[in-house]
Design a protein around this ligand. Structure first.
Ligand code: AMP
Length: 225
């Protein structure tokens, strides 16, 4: 299945994508993760991207597209993927559609938008912590680690992403508000969009996504979430 998850930062796209990976047998492709890896590796692309990410602004399309295209051409994404954080603009959506048509023609099966109000987002993101070692995510209030500041699975140190500071989150939400409506309209017109309520426990939201996926989601229901 070729799936896109849309939603503001902190909507739970990453959590849901990781749950769906197991259920659908397709890899999560998160543009933010691809960019953060490039930043950590200090590639030329990473150094350039960091300037935008630190401000909470969108990274220029040519940089993001290069990383996403490379990732989608890997064998594990040949029969399906779960895109998380990409596309962010109509221009990216159009390029994605063109990208999928090259070689064996493919198209998206569904676009799920996880809707969460701004106040809830700021609350969620300010408590978010990530493991430096394995990338597992926690929340200081909703999903705290067993040991203070250490990952439950690998004991790695937890950190707060630079762009999760409150001012940067507000900037990211402004960028989201400006770019998302045209993107939602684009996928609505294409007949691919389903909007779901993003408030609730991760398992409840997963259930809403599975229902929104229709028969393909239901067929995968028996698989572990
Ligand atoms: P995320 O992890 O999806 O919240 O993304 C973190 C940051 O990476 C964003 O605030 C942007 O600066 C950048 N970014 C991630 N995905 C994209 C994208 N599709 N287009 C442009 N910038 C992106």
């Amino acid at each position: 299945m070729r799936l896109v998850l849309l939603g503001p930062p902190g909507a739970g796209k990453g959590t849901q994508a990781r749950m769906l990976e197991k259920r659908l047998g397709a890899p999560q492709v998160a543009s933010g993760d691809l960019l953060r890896t490039a930043v950590r590796s200090r590639t030329a692309l990473g150094v350039e991207a960091k300037r935008y990410m630190d401000k909470g602004a969108l990274v220029p399309d040519e940089l993001v597209l290069k990383l996403v295209e490379e990732r989608l051409s890997q064998p594990d994404a040949a029969s399906g993927f779960i895109l998380d954080g990409f596309p962010r603009t109509v221009a990216q959506a159009e390029t994605l559609s063109a990208m999928l048509k090259t070689g064996a023609p493919r198209q998206l099966d569904k676009v799920i938008a996880i809707m969460v109000p701004d106040e809830e987002i700021v609350k969620r993101i300010s408590g978010r912590r990530t493991c430096k070692n394995c990338g597992a995510m926690y929340h200081l209030i909703y999903d705290p680690p067993r040991n203070h500041n250490l990952c439950n699975s690998c004991n790695g140190e937890l950190y707060q992403r630079d762009d999760d500071a409150e001012d940067t989150v507000r900037m990211r939400l402004e960028v989201y508000a400006a770019t998302m409506r045209p993107l939602l309209e684009y996928y609505e017109r294409a007949g691919l969009l389903k909007q779901i309520d993003g408030i609730g426990r991760p398992e409840e939201i997963q259930q809403r996504i599975v229902e929104a996926l229709g028969p393909a989601g239901a067929a995968a229901k028996g698989k572990p979430a």
